[in-house]
Design a protein. Structure first.
Length: 148
């Protein structure tokens, strides 16, 4: 799939320190492995590259809608309720509707539990954009300050 980047998306990527080649790699990996979430013609792909998990939101024509990342290492999902809180996201590999739950997240040797989107079959863990660019970015900054 040929990824297409609008000027707006390129600007977002620049502000977030993400490279076009890395996002193309994220998309190509998701397309070849089917490890992605899908919702209403939008795909959510992720890949750990070095110390960063990068995400791409893109449509079926390869037009990238947004990109984001975090440095937290995602661990095992944690079931928080007996009743699943379903999202509209579907795991493409398992064809299961994803659930809202929690997962262990580790950064700089500190592990905390945080909200996540989880496939109930393969237990893959995903972080949505609003969480990555707001809450997780702030937490990473606090951990870095404490370590310094």
């Amino acid at each position: 799939m040929d990824a297409k980047f609008s000027d707006n998306v390129k600007e977002i990527m620049g502000k977030r320190g993400l490279k076009e080649a890395d996002i193309v790699d994220v998309i190509n990996t998701a397309e070849s492995s089917n490890r992605k979430l899908v919702k209403n013609g939008i795909n959510l792909a992720k890949k750990r590259i070095g110390e960063v998990t990068m995400y791409a939101l893109y449509n079926d024509d390869g037009e990238v809608q947004s990109t984001y990342s975090h440095r937290m290492v995602l661990g095992d999902p944690i079931k928080t309720t007996d009743e699943p809180d379903l999202t509209e996201w579907v795991c493409k590999e398992c064809n299961e509707t994803a659930e809202v739950g929690s997962a262990d997240m580790t950064y700089l040797g500190v592990t905390r539990t945080g909200p996540a989107v989880i496939c109930p079959k393969c237990n893959d863990v995903w972080i949505e954009e609003y969480l990555a660019v707001q809450t997780i970015a702030a937490a990473e900054g606090l951990f870095e300050q404490k370590k310094a």
